[in-house]
Write a protein that binds this ligand. Sequence first.
Ligand SMILES: [Zn+2]
Length: 49
Amino acid sequence: MTLAHLLEGLRCSCCGALDVLWLDLARGLIECRECGQSAFTFPEIGEGE
Ligand SMILES: [Zn+2]
């Protein structure tokens, strides 16, 4: 069981590669498998209050 989810159709804003962004649910961040760039997800995502 993995908590990482591939974000299909999204392009890395750093290296421009497609389909390489993984959503790490455990840490709440997005990481690029190609260049290693990572960014915290926006608080709004997944909350929908
Ligand atoms: Zn990248």
